[in-house]
Write a protein that binds this ligand. Structure first.
Ligand code: ATP
Length: 190
């Protein structure tokens, strides 16, 4: 089995994330793709993300009706700073014979050696990199290995969406209508 793991803040989930998921499934024939929202990203220490309940709700709305995709709340359940290696160990234990793929945006490749327990992480998963407009494609730093997806590269980010909501600009086309409605209903990002 080929199992894709996609971690992030998803604050909020947007079309860029969904296109990444689609590209990974199509190009690598993933059987299943788990979206794993972080409780607190180690790389965004000062950030104050939207409540976990709202981020989970938005992910579930965005992925509704797509049987290959699921939302795994384990990092939120664990709480604290979310380290990828802890999540990967959990999947390795539950799916000992699966091929595990960890999806990351091109903006994260150069910093992989700074991830916790980097050596172990590098030998536990294969990385799939998603091109991100404006991000140069850099080689994997040793001992990390992985492959590049073709995409659909899309220059949209959660921070851009939060800024648009704050400026009272529409975000429906960037998030899809259900997520945009959840942002409104929960008064997020104002
Ligand atoms: P923020 O703007 O708040 O930093 P973000 O849009 O980068 O957020 P995250 O939830 O932090 O979203 O991203 C989760 C993962 O998805 C990361 O690996 C990130 O690089 C990747 N990603 C996010 N948006 C895109 C995009 N448009 N294209 C490719 N990869 C993306």
């Amino acid at each position: 089995m080929k199992l894709g793991l996609f971690g992030g803040s998803f604050d909020p989930v947007h079309l860029g994330h969904l296109l990444v998921a689609q590209a990974a499934c199509e190009e690598f024939g993933l059987d299943r793709l788990c979206f794993i929202p972080a409780a607190q990203s180690p790389f965004k220490p000062g950030s104050n993300p939207a409540p976990t309940k709202a981020r989970l709700q938005m992910l579930r709305l965005a992925l509704a009706g797509q049987p290959h995709y699921e939302v795994d709340p384990q990092e939120i359940t664990r709480g604290g700073v979310s380290y990828t290696i802890d999540t990967v160990r959990d999947y390795r234990r539950r799916f000992p014979s699966a091929r595990l793929f960890w999806l990351i945006g091109a903006d994260h490749v150069a910093k992989l050696p700074q991830w916790r327990d980097a050596e172990n992480l590098a030998s536990s998963v294969e990385f799939l990199v998603i091109p991100r407009p404006g991000e140069p494609s850099v080689p994997f730093p040793a001992p990390f290995q992985g492959q590049m997806l073709k995409g659909f590269p899309l220059g949209v980010s959660s921070s851009q969406i939060r800024a648009r909501v704050k400026a009272r600009l529409p975000v429906e086309l960037l998030t899809g209508p259900a997520v945009a409605e959840a942002i409104r209903a929960n008064n997020l990002y104002l």
